[in-house]
Design a protein around this ligand. Sequence first.
Ligand code: 5AD
Ligand code: SF4
Length: 468
Amino acid sequence: MPQMIKNDKLPAEQSIYAARAAALAARKYGENPKACVVTFGCQQNVSDSERMKGMLVRSGYTLTENMSEAHFILFNTCAVREHAEDRVYGNIGTTKALKNANPEIIVAVCGCMAQRQSVADKIKRSYPYVDMVFGTQVQHRLPEFIYRRLSGGGRIFELSLDNGEIPEDVPIKRDGTFKGWLPVMYGCDNFCTYCIVPYVRGRERSREPERIIAEASDMIASGFKDITLLGQNVNSYGKGEPHGVDFAELLKRINALDGDFRIRFMTSHPKDCTKRLIDTIRDCEKVSSHLHLPFQSGSDRILKRMNRRYTRESYLELISYAKENIPDLSLTSDIIVGFPGETYEDFCETLSLVKEVEFSSLFTFIYSPREGTPAAAMEDPVSREEKGRWFSELLRVQEDIAKRNIVKHIGKTYRVLCDGFSQSEGFMTGHNSGTTEIEFEGSAEMLGKFVNVTVKKYDGALYGTVTE
Ligand code: 5AD
Ligand code: SF4
């Protein structure tokens, strides 16, 4: 229903800019202007980049992975840890030589890091060859920014946040052909004390269910078999919206669409993940048996300081419920080691939780102070070396668990999506409905298809054979 669609004026405006930008780019660069998009960070950024690639194509550019031949270079950045930011600065630095060789090319920086005022100021001061810096909530205005710069306007710094806009109706150039991302909400309201995300992505905003269903239907019609719904905290999807559709209901509606496909989602927050959601995963045959539920720390004292708003006990209760209800469940999580004030005793509680739950895999991070977050101002007496030792201990524990558990797959038969093919070895890689990766003999035309595979052995990887 058109009246439910937000921002219906913007796309028309942007498509005029795109057409004008295309004409200017052709005049300036000749027949075939090229654009290169370099993405750092999480899947949300990958998804944003797919939308910006779509807008670049609409603005007359052909995409290239080779930065040195590009006329437009875009860095979509991540601010979640310091290391990510350092890598971005290194990458931006390499464009200086390109720009010296051809001053007509445009260099742009966007995403979470660009949204930070201190970063934008630093780029303004110290990186004069960067033409434009724009934040996370104005990405759908990319055609306008390109037009402004190509038509002789000055450097662009657009960082406005929290105008509540959701980038609808933008063209999308997806990276994959059968595995894809589908954003359902943007922003985060949780303010975990270590995390920069709420400051750079703004308040939570959910897309209209009709928009999401329409995009899912499009993806299914064009052959997508594995669709991951994205949001910083998908469990708060729909909160405060008049449509009354929550995340569990959204999953049910996508599950009801015709077609042979799989639905995944990330990320869930333990404080909002309900038994109803777990029941929904169990009951919807197209929803994969995977739950990514970051617990960050096993110590209640640290969870409190992190402002996570759940306890070790409530987390473990949720996990038991999920394990009891979802057969062959893959459980994954994020953990931060060395949060300010964390002691070895606190860390041991993280270790014991890892041992108790036995996750399929873990994403582990050493705490990285982010300027402007409450945790960055907390006392942090433990040295980096000490945190590094704890981190290694955690990795060893998880490796042992993973080794012990992986052989449990031997003898089982799974429905697997063929998603990677090595021509030289004739080997296909596929994933089951959880996160288990299996290799088996196959051929390129099987890519993107579901097959049944029986796991035969483990030898550094799981190997299986296709069965009927
Ligand atoms: N330092 C280290 N890890 C962090 N994460 C978020 N902020 C920080 C930080 N300041 C981790 C959390 C989150 C994941 C995406 O990144 O574990 O779940
Ligand atoms: Fe960051 Fe916490 Fe929001 Fe996740 S839920 S994005 S860790 S503030």
